[in-house]
Design a protein. Structure first.
Length: 351
C-alpha cells in the first residue's frame, strides 16, 4: 500500500482539502500507476475529481516524481481571488499599475519558475483571464499588469477542477482552446465511494494520527463501525472521513469506536415507509415531501448545531450546482455576492 500525505496537513484542518491519500484499492493502484507514467513528462496535466478527493496531493506527487522536483511547487486556488485581483496574482504587477500598487510584485507564474504551478479549481477563472492564461501557455512568457515587457517563464502547469470542463465549454463558461491545451494528460480521481478498498486504511491512518495529536490511547474500530464506514456514500470524500474519525475519537468510550460515534449523515432523500407503502414500488417522492423526509430524519437524530449544519449543506449544494460561480450562487439563493464570499471564507473554500 502506498501513502501520500500533505506537508502542511495541520494547517488545513478547517479546509475541505484531503490531507492524505492511500493507494490500496485496485482503482487507486491503477491511478497511481498512471501518475507515475505521466509525472516524468513535461506535459500539462489536468486532474479531475470531486472536492476532498486529494487533487492537490496528486499534483504534489507529480511534481515530486518529475525532473522539476528540486524546484518550487506553487499551489494556487483560482476561486480564492476577487476577479479584479486574479491577473495581478497570477501574472504580477508593476508599481502604480492600480490603486494600492505601491511596489512591484511578481505573480505566481514567476514564483513557480523552473518548477510546477498547480492551479486548483481552474474552472473558476473568468473568461478574460482564460484568454491571458492561454497566451502565457503558448508564448511561455508573462507580462505584468502595468508593464509591456514580457518575462520568460519555464513552468509546468498542473490544473484541477471538480466540474466537468467539457460541459463548461459547451455552456460557454470555459474556452475550448484552453481546455485542449490543458487536456494533454488527464487524471481522474474516483470519489471515495468508488474505491472502497481505501476506506478502512484511511480510517486507521486518521485514528493513529488523531490519537497521537490528542494524546489519547490508541482506539480501534468495532466490526459494526467498519461496516458503517464501508456502507456510507462519502459525499465529502476523504475530508469527511477524517472529520468522522476525529469526532468519533472525541466521543467514543473504552477506546472502541461504535457506529453512532462516527456521526455519519446521509443527505440523500429518503422515502418515509408509510408513503412508500401507499405510493407503490415504482413511485418516488420529490419536492417538499422528499425534503420533509430528510429533515424529519435529521430531527430524530437530535444532532448538535443542526440549523448551522443544514444551512451549510444547502449553501455547499448550491455552490456545486452553480459550478463554483459566486454570482450565480448568490442569485440562486437570493443573497448578495459579499455574503457568498463571507460564507465561503467561513467554511474554508477561500483558502
Amino acid at each position: 500500500m502506498s501513502l501520500l500525505t500533505h506537508p502542511n496537513a495541520r494547517e488545513l484542518t478547517k479546509s475541505v482539502r484531503a490531507t492524505v491519500l492511500v493507494f490500496k484499492d485496485p482503482r487507486s493502484q491503477e491511478l497511481l500507476s498512471r501518475i507515475e507514467r505521466v509525472a516524468p513528462s513535461e506535459a500539462n496535466a489536468l486532474i479531475i475529481g470531486e472536492t476532498g478527493t486529494g487533487k492537490e496531493l496528486v499534483a504534489r506527487h507529480i511534481h515530486h516524481l518529475s525532473r522539476r522536483s528540486k524546484e518550487p511547487f506553487v499551489a494556487v486556488n483560482c476561486g480564492a481571488f476577487a476577479e479584479t485581483l486574479v491577473e495581478s496574482e497570477l501574472f504580477g504587477h508593476e508599481k502604480g499599475a492600480f490603486t494600492g500598487a505601491t511596489s512591484s510584485k511578481a505573480g505566481w507564474f514567476e514564483a513557480a519558475n523552473g518548477g510546477t504551478l498547480f492551479l486548483d479549481e481552474i474552472g473558476d477563472l473568468p473568461l478574460s483571464m482564460q484568454v491571458k492564461l492561454l497566451r502565457v501557455l503558448q508564448e511561455r512568457e508573462v507580462v505584468r499588469l502595468g508593464s509591456r515587457t514580457p518575462i520568460p517563464i519555464n513552468v509546468r502547469l498542473v490544473a484541477a477542477t471538480n466540474v466537468n470542463l467539457a460541459d463548461a465549454v459547451v455552456a460557454g463558461h470555459f474556452r475550448e482552446d484552453l481546455f485542449y491545451r490543458l487536456h494533454v494528460a488527464t487524471l481522474r480521481l474516483p470519489p471515495l465511494r468508488e474505491r472502497p478498498g481505501d476506506i478502512l486504511p484511511l480510517a486507521e491512518f486518521f485514528i493513529q494520527e488523531h490519537c497521537q495529536r490528542l494524546g489519547y490511547n490508541r482506539a480501534s474500530l468495532t466490526s459494526d463501525a467498519e461496516r458503517a464506514l464501508l456502507a456510507h456514500s462519502w459525499p465529502g470524500n476523504i475530508r469527511e472521513l477524517e472529520n468522522a474519525i476525529h469526532h468519533a475519537l472525541l466521543v467514543c468510550r473504552n477506546e472502541q469506536v461504535q457506529p453512532g460515534d462516527l456521526h455519519l449523515l446521509d443527505m440523500r432523500p429518503q422515502v418515509p415507509r408509510h408513503e412508500e407503502r401507499l405510493a407503490g414500488p415504482t413511485a418516488s417522492v420529490t419536492g417538499p415531501a422528499a425534503l420533509d423526509a430528510v429533515l424529519n430524519e435529521l430531527f430524530e437524530k437530535n444532532l448538535p448545531d443542526l440549523y448551522e449544519y443544514i444551512e451549510e449543506t444547502i449553501f455547499r449544494s448550491a455552490y456545486r450546482f452553480c459550478h463554483g460561480n459566486q454570482l450565480q450562487t448568490g442569485r440562486l439563493l437570493g443573497i448578495s455576492r459579499n455574503i457568498v464570499r463571507a460564507r465561503l471564507e467561513k467554511i474554508g473554500e477561500l483558502g
